[in-house]
Design a protein around this ligand. Structure first.
Ligand code: IVH
Length: 680
């Protein structure tokens, strides 16, 4: 007896711990299946020893207490949970039990409404006189959190009901995130260096529990309504009628929900959805079967935490444990270095998993993942398998992983910027993993914009090894006697002639576009233009850029002086041009094309256009930054060190040594007012 009591206490403590992890911290440590096992064991022991069942047992409650930060609200009717079935036999037993309870012959058909079980978080929304007045999370089933403001950001949830509504109507359902949205959010979080969400459910939960509802709004949550709480007047006689009513009232319902009559029809429904599951854009962790008639539901009532008229048919577990054999690095098409766990293959939810993403260096450190570790794996959102945690008890001779400082594909330095969670290969255009992406950038509309050469062709040309670097585009024609493009599928004489003609029209390009086309990190169109404006010719820029990897060089300071370009950008330019392969690629290109000097078109009227100028002393009417910006807008190049090449010195109050030097060098000296006249 002592043993049983002890075991029950132990199970209760374990379940409470996991409830907290799941509901409050949103970081489950064990799989749903493992959790269910604990719960079933506890339930079994309590049933066998009813004298040991206490009111505070987790079997009598749903989930954990709500978080402190939101106002608590007591549900007008408790929000209950569901019993679980893990096989079709369990479902059949459920039906038999229900029919027996009702005195219905087991052989008779009973309508069962079948619904997908959405793996999100449940909510209740209360409408009084047709107006949404309160929305809450489930919390512990009795009390939830008032999240009205956040739930109101869900566009598709009606704020006002149109017609035929009861005075009080509480709808209940599940809030979830689509896989697409989940991936978008995690991608953004990774880029911002935030911890990623383990699965869409956690992400949805985290989004609803935001104190700032603007964040909730940006997460594009969705919902399905599948039930109700308090209603002043029930306008339906069955679950299926209720769902129809909700639909007509403007709520989103799951269109895959269907009425079935017996166990074989239910089994067919299960099989169908199980197969559909990977194609759905949201997570479902099983199905829910509900005896359709409300009259029968009322007769059946509830036991402890769940109705006797409904059951959840769970899909097989989606978590499992396996060993990390090795950690490798994958180089993405944009240069991101992603650590990947190479696993002892394991079957999770019907899919053989051999690899799992470890996201980035920080994730490995945060989770303390080492080669040789046994880890809990999860197939999040049916998409990419992830490592949830390390089983420390199984750790024996694991080996720490050292993140590489070189790209495994091209050996260029792997760099991580301060505010970036991602480590990137700096090889860019010269890295085979990134080359296709770079080539696509090169031919894109704002870069070389070659008619007849689209992304698809670039991919194909790369695959066929006739395109490796940008210069190859311009040698296509002379190599065509070996390639014979006109004989390729989808090409003919005319289209090939046209393609070569349009390539030839691009043998001249403006310096700003050319700089942009090189795909230097952080050099978008605007920064490319700033560089072009400042250096005027590509040669000038090229020579400087090759020298800026040493901050002691004047070239470095000169580039840093360009208004609008910060350290981060300059470092990126320096990194690009410190790579020998990049220099080669640029030189090869320069042999094929002509880069035209920057045209000071809009500013060419200004007398300062193309002039090198320097400010000194205190200006009375303008700040230094303002003056500099104005000068640059007029096409002037603002320098910080005076030389014989400087055209003008603008002298403010208390001008010192520079003024003296300018006089010596016979540089034109003008006042602030004269500068303003010249500019206008
Ligand atoms: S009915 C009294 N229907 O599953 C019956 N629940 O494990 C209450 N869920 O708390 C629930 N999809 O969060 C129901 N179609 C569905 C569901 C569903 C997801 C969730 C809900 C519930 C939990 C029970």
């Amino acid at each position: 007896m002592f043993d049983v009591k002890f075991k029950i206490e132990e199970l209760k403590a374990q379940i409470r711990h996991h409830n907290e992890k799941y509901y409050q911290d949103e970081k489950p440590e064990i799989s749903d299946a493992e959790y269910d096992k604990l719960m079933i064991e506890l339930q079994k022991l309590e049933t066998e020893n009813p004298e040991l069942l206490t009111a505070d047992s987790p079997t009598q409650k749903v989930g954990a207490k709500p978080l402190e930060k939101f106002e608590k609200v007591r549900h007008a009717k408790p929000m209950l949970s569901l019993g679980n079935a893990f096989s079709i036999e369990d479902v059949s037993d459920f039906l038999t039990r229900a029919k027996k309870f009702l005195g219905i012959d087991d052989a008779e058909n009973t309508e069962v409404f079948c619904e997908p079980k959405i793996d999100g978080l449940s909510f209740t929304a209360r409408y009084e006189n047709g107006k949404l007045v309160l929305a809450a999370t489930r919390g512990d089933g009795e009390e939830g959190e008032n999240v009205t403001q956040n739930i109101s950001t869900i566009h598709s949830l009606p704020k006002n009901l149109k017609r035929n509504f009861p005075q009080i109507l509480e709808v209940r359902g599940e809030i979830y995130l689509s896989h697409k949205e989940f991936e978008r959010i995690n991608k953004e979080r990774l880029e911002e260096g935030d911890e990623v969400f383990a699965n869409p459910r956690n992400a949805a939960s985290g989004s609803i529990r935001q104190l700032d509802s603007e964040i909730t709004k940006s997460r594009r949550l969705q919902y399905f309504v599948y039930g109700w709480g308090e209603v002043s007047e029930e306008k339906w006689n069955s679950q299926s009628e209720a769902i129809e009513y909700f639909k007509e009232s403007g709520f989103t319902i799951n269109e895959r929900s269907k009425l079935r009559r017996n166990i074989s029809e239910i089994e067919e429904y299960y099989k169908n959805l199980y197969e559909l599951r990977p194609d759905l854009d949201y997570d479902i962790d099983g199905l829910v079967y509900k005896i359709n008639s409300i009259k029968l539901q009322e007769r059946l009532g509830f036991v402890a935490r769940a109705p006797r008229w409904a059951i959840a048919h769970k899909f097989p577990a989606e978590q499992g444990k396996t060993k990390i054999e090795d950690i490798t690095i994958q180089v993405g098409r944009t240069g991101a270095l992603t650590p990947v766990a190479e696993l002892t293959p394991i079957n999770i939810g019907g899919v053989l998993v051999k690899r799992a993403t470890l996201h980035n260096r920080d994730e490995i450190e945060r989770k303390d993942i080492r080669i040789g570790d046994t880890v809990v794996l999860q197939r999040a959102g049916d998409v990419i398998p992830q490592v949830v945690s390390v089983d420390l008890e199984k750790r024996t001779d694991s080996k720490e992983f050292t993140f590489p400082d070189k790209c495994p594909v091209c050996s260029s330095p792997a760099v991580r910027e301060n505010d970036d969670a991602v480590t990137r290969c700096s090889g860019g255009i010269s890295c085979a993993a990134q080359a296709v992406e770079y080539l696509k950038h090169f031919i894109s509309r704002d870069a070389f914009d070659i008619e007849g050469l689209g992304k698809k062709q670039v991919e194909k040309f790369y695959e066929k090894e006739i395109l490796r670097e940008p210069a190859d585009i311009f040698t296509l024609e002379e190599r065509n006697n070996e390639i014979h493009l006109e004989k390729w599928e989808g090409y003919g004489e005319t289209s090939v002639t046209k393609l070569f003609a349009s390539i030839n029209t691009r043998r001249k390009i403006g310096v700003d576009k050319f700089i942009y086309s090189l795909g230097i990190r952080h050099i978008g169109q605007e920064n490319a233009k700033l560089l072009a404006k400042n250096y005027i010719s590509f040669q000038e820029f090229f020579e400087s850029a090759k020298k800026i990897n040493d901050i002691a060089f004047a070239e470095y300071n000169e580039m840093l002086n360009i208004d609008g370009l910060g350290e981060k950008i300059i470092r990126s330019v320096a990194l690009f041009f410190s790579n020998e392969k990049h220099i080669k690629i640029v030189e090869n290109l320069l042999r094929q094309i002509e880069v035209e000097d920057f045209k000071k078109s809009e500013n060419s009227d200004s007398e300062l256009a193309g002039k090198s100028i320097i400010f000194t002393g205190t200006l009375a009417k303008l700040t230094r930054a303002e003056a500099k910006a104005m000068a640059e807008k007029a096409g002037a190049k603002v320098v910080s060190a005076i030389s014989s090449k400087t055209d003008y010195l603008i002298a403010g109050e208390d001008a010192g040594s520079k003024l003296k030097k300018a006089t010596q060098l016979e540089i034109k000296i003008i006042s602030e007012d004269e500068f303003l006249t010249l500019i206008s």
